[in-house]
Each structure stands twice: as structure tokens, then as C-alpha cells.
Design a protein. Sequence first.
Length: 229
Amino acid sequence: MAVAGLIAGLHIIPGLVNVYLLETADGLAVVDTGFARDTAKILDGIAAIGRAPEDVRHILLTHAHPDHIGGAAALRKRTGARVYAHGLDAPIIEAGGPARPIHAAPGLRNMIVAALLSRLPGKTAPTKVDGLLHDGVAVPFDDDILTIHIPGHCAGQVAFLWKRAGGILFAADACINRKGMVLAAAQEDVGEARSSLTRLAGYAFEVACFGHGPPIMAGADREFRKRWL
Ligand SMILES: [Zn+2]
Ligand SMILES: [Zn+2]
């Protein structure tokens, strides 16, 4: 399945890392861009919803890990869209990596996964970041999409809260949804990651979308409070 509608105006291109297409107040926005190899799949998804590459006006990057920014340079070039990221991660995106060091979250499985992840190439195609995202401030092109800075997994990581359908949270890798919400295997700072999840649990949202794993389509804020408070 190349692309699936979640709710009106929101589409997911599912994969090892999820990519989202949002029909915003100012054209199509893409949240995260997958690995470099995912660009063709994203362009297919855009075509499948009846849009052209040029309809993509904005690329929102949640954090500077290769699985989320790998396709940003190619997608920016192909679409002419503006790229946005938090100021702490923008220099990594513009330099094409490497990301800051990450450590295993507690648990044996996380140790193994984090060790495997640390062996992946950390380099990405460099791309200009056209605009910075700020905590507690709407994204520059749509007043209905709030930026929430959620350091921990990555110091410059941001979530987005879209004022639609009772609230749609894009949680990035604050946690992953693998048969229930769990911390991602690799973290820059586990303590900060937990604080960020506590903070997210304080917002109201019906739907939660993750970088990894399927979305929660109803009562998502209650699930966050149950799991992270
Ligand atoms: Zn990540
Ligand atoms: Zn990720």
C-alpha cells in the first residue's frame, strides 16, 4: 500500500519509517522524508492522492536522524518545497550529518537494536533548511499546526499538534508504537525523553501519528496519559 487516508486531509505513506502528507491551509506539507531510497515511494504517494510534486509547498522534519531526513534533499529539489526543522538539528541537516551520538534505552533488546543502529551510515544528502521551528509557536505557514519541542531521543526533535479532528499529534520518535507505546531503542538522553512524553501527555488530541508503527486513531491522549504519566 503506497498511501492510505487516515482522516480527511491526512494521508500516511507507511514503511519502516512513516511519512505523512497533510493538506494544509497553504498547500501540501510532508512530515518527514524517510531514507534516501524512499523518495520514489513518496512521489508515488503524492500522485496517488491526485497531486503533483509541485503541490508540495512545505517539508517538516521532526529530527535529524537519517531515517527521517534521508529524502529531504531530493524531495526539496523535486518539489521546490521549503524545509523546516528545529534550530538544534538544522546544522546537522545542512551538513548532511552526522547525527549526535545515541545510547541504548534500558533493556537488553534496546542494547542490541541500538548497537545495530549505531552501525548504520550517519551521512545524508545535505539540504538547506529554509525556516526554523520554535517550541510553542505555530509553523510558519499554518496557524493550526503547533510545534512542540520534545528533546530526549534527539535534542532537536519536535512534535506537531494539528488542530483538526479533535487534535492530531505527530509524535515523531518521542516513542514508537510497537504493540503498544515504548521508548525508541536509541536515545540521546532517556531522562529528557521521559519528560517530553509527560509533556505531550498534557495536550488534548484524538489521533496520534508516530515515526514508527501504526497511528492511534481514537482516544490517543488518554492512551498517552495511561502510559506516560
Ligand atoms: Zn529518530
Ligand atoms: Zn526514526
